[in-house]
Design a protein around this ligand. Sequence first.
Ligand code: FES
Ligand code: FES
Length: 159
Amino acid sequence: MPYSIQVNGTLKTVDVDGDMPLLWVLRDVLDLKGSKFGCGAGLCGACTVHLDGTPARSCQTAIADVGSSAVTTIEGVSDNPVGRRIQAAWLEVDVPQCGYCQAGQIMSATALLAKTPHPTDQDVADAMAGNICRCATYMRIRAAIKKAATMRTAAAGSP
Ligand code: FES
Ligand code: FES
């Protein structure tokens, strides 16, 4: 049946089964491939998006349960000033290795910094605990979050 969801500020209507995971809808129906499939079981965080600014595992979120929540994916995170700071810090610190987990990491980090502008190491550890990195970039992730907390917000559209 048709479902209308708000994705990155745009209303999209998709005609799918209600139990289809949001991750499938994003990647296979809306062609937003930035959110990654890792475990498919809510354990790795590769599929993390925001629902109304809160991190959510899109592999575990049925499209029927999204309702009126605003969905933000990695493709839309730079619309958020905090997301732009996180992305800039990620580049400065050169965080990624293979990159597979990084969209999910950035979504969780953006939600953390939006809620806690100057996180402690423990805040970072708690907020990022569900995002697994096979390449073990954890130290650089923490450094980038700390750097982003000290940066001024970049203008929209700037790198
Ligand atoms: S793919 Fe969703 S948590 Fe791993
Ligand atoms: S950068 Fe390779 S899994 Fe995280």
